[in-house]
Ligand binder design. Structure first.
Ligand code: SF4
Length: 358
């Protein structure tokens, strides 16, 4: 379920509902090892934070929406946002940035995702194992799933198209809010110049210590300094009732291009057609048991368990039309492969459409 603001925009943009991703079950995490199960391939998450090993960049209007939401279910999450604002680290008129030292660690700790407790999100509520700001989560969290109904096609739609689209919208709307609310021009200039000059690979002492930087805060907040919560709420007020049409008009050409790409990816996501030709893809075999194989195609987070006999007939697809391959498998091996299974093998990166010349 997308945050309601984003769900309404995407309904207007795409003209129809987005199929639910039911395999990424957050309440009952699909990425935890079952009792007694060994994690020999390093495929499972740490139960103390699951996939919430990420600190979101909360753009001003999202921070404001959280502060403004008096739903009792949001009380604990709201406190986590207030705590970030009070700590004064990465608190800017454009939103709440992750601490610079965290970002550096995150960029270099790809194997630690979902496993290192140090990376846990400050908005994760341990009692109950849930996100405290779920209703207003940002683009990365809203479009990330450990497993997709249509495998690589779902990954492509959510991560390669919706995520960049919503991230660009967040960026442009945050700046638009600053203009609308009359942030002093010098403050806006400092804010944008410092964001451009920031080197994520090089940390200042105060960034390592996570200390507020009063001089910088004075520069970037101008006449709003000391009224950060009020500012974020005002930003939320500006964005709350924007339609997709309004949003696209504010956000300009880059978002227009990303929106068209998202529409195309949406049509592909709904398309159940089998390609005319397929061939085995370069997947990884991670587990062999009697009669069954576990293979990783499009993502290590979403391996596929296959009967060994299916694995043994994949070579029939090489150099043949898809229908001819299915027929040959039926005649020569006495194995009936359904269209649903072939589509699944394609979606999960076990079979692929041949490249140009294939
Ligand atoms: S904001 Fe919520 S969904 Fe995103 S990482 Fe934090 S706890 Fe998880």
């Amino acid at each position: 379920m997308l945050p309601s603001l984003y769900a309404a925009w995407l309904q207007e943009l795409l003209g129809g509902p987005i199929p639910a991703e039911t395999r990424a079950t957050c309440a009952e995490c699909a990425m935890l090892a079952k009792p007694g199960e060994q994690d020999r391939e390093g495929l499972y998450f740490n139960p103390v934070m699951k996939c919430c090993s990420y600190v979101p960049d909360l753009h001003n209007f999202l921070a404001g929406a959280i502060l403004d939401d008096d739903d009792p279910q949001m009380a604990e999450g709201r406190k986590t946002v207030e705590a970030r604002i009070r700590a004064g680290v990465g608190v800017t008129p454009l939103g709440l940035e992750p601490p610079a030292d965290y970002t550096l660690l995150y960029r270099h700790g790809t194997e630690a995702f979902g496993r290192s407790q140090t990376l846990r999100c400050p908005h994760y509520i341990e009692a109950g194992g849930r996100c405290g700001i779920w209703k207003h989560r940002e683009s990365t969290c809203a479009t990330w799933f450990c497993k997709y109904e249509r495998g690589s096609l779902g990954h492509l739609f959510w991560r390669e198209h919706l995520h960049p689209l919503l991230a660009a919208v967040e960026h442009h709307l945050a700046i638009w809010c600053a203009l609308e609310l009359g942030l002093e021009l010098d403050a806006l200039h400092s804010l944008l110049a410092e964001a451009r000059a920031a080197d994520p690979e090089s940390l200042q002492p105060e960034q390592i210590d996570r200390r507020p930087e009063p001089e910088k805060q004075r520069r970037i907040w101008g006449n709003w300094r000391g009224r950060e919560m009020e500012w974020y709420r005002a930003c939320a007020g500006r964005v709350r009732n924007l339609s997709w049409r309004d949003t696209a008009a504010i956000c300009g050409c880059e978002v227009a291009v990303l929106a068209r790409l998202a529409q195309k990816a949406y049509r592909e996501l709904l398309d159940p057609q089998l390609p005319e030709r397929l061939e085995p893809a370069p997947f990884e075999l991670v587990q062999i048991e009697t009669g069954r194989l576990r293979v990783v195609g499009y993502s290590r987070l979403d391996p596929l368990d296959l009967p060994a006999q299916v694995f043994q007939v994949l070579h029939y697809f090489r150099g043949r039309n898809t229908r001819a391959a299915v027929q040959a498998i039926q005649q020569e091996e006495n194995i009936a492969l359904s269209d649903d299974l072939i589509l699944k093998l394609k979606d999960f990166g076990i079979l692929q459409a041949p490249g140009p010349g294939g």
